[in-house]
Design a protein around this ligand. Sequence first.
Ligand code: FMN
Length: 193
Amino acid sequence: MSLIYETIITSLDVAGHVHIAPFGIREEQGLVLIAPYRPSASLDNLLHHRTAVINMTDDVRVFAGALTGRRDWPLKQADKVKGVVLQSALTHRELELVEIREHEIRPELLFRIVHEVQHRPFRGFNRAQAAVIELAVLVSRLHMLPIEKIDAEIAYLHIAIAKTAGEREMQAWQWLIERIDNHKAAKDMGNIA
Ligand SMILES: Cc1cc2nc3c(=O)[nH]c(=O)nc-3n(C[C@H](O)[C@H](O)[C@H](O)COP(=O)(O)O)c2cc1C
């Protein structure tokens, strides 16, 4: 097993438009490993420009927003590579692609860390933030999961939300719940198998 950190990858498409997506990253011998399932806009962008920016943010709205069509977050230019940084990043790293392990379903991209900046201190663990990340992972797999499993997870994760959420966490949670409700409604109407 290897340690995985949940981050936000900002990348640029061929035309220079920004793309924001959550990705779990690993470290392997000083390199950063990103493994996107195909198809992925991020994968296309990373392969095209051979650079990436990873943003470590505690604003979980960015995670929930990426899965619910809300991707308009304040950005600034990266320092050393062609790319952008989330203003909400506590830390960001600028990366350069050095190796591709080809795979039909999930290729592995290895990046060298070119530059790293710490913007704000880590303020400690927050259970509601972790709960939002968990629910975001479920939402990204909604089409594969039975409704009963989703409902059971929501019931458990909501305990942390009720006890420890601030405004940002509450909003992010709400966006994900709305997305799940819409999915359930579409299923009930027979639009989704
Ligand atoms: C916390 C979190 C971690 C994720 N990690 C990965 C990952 O490692 N690989 C992947 O393919 N998708 C991952 N996803 C799902 C992607 O963010 C999502 O499918 C996204 O749309 C990527 O596709 P895109 O590059 O086309 O935007 C993750 C989602 C969440 C919420």
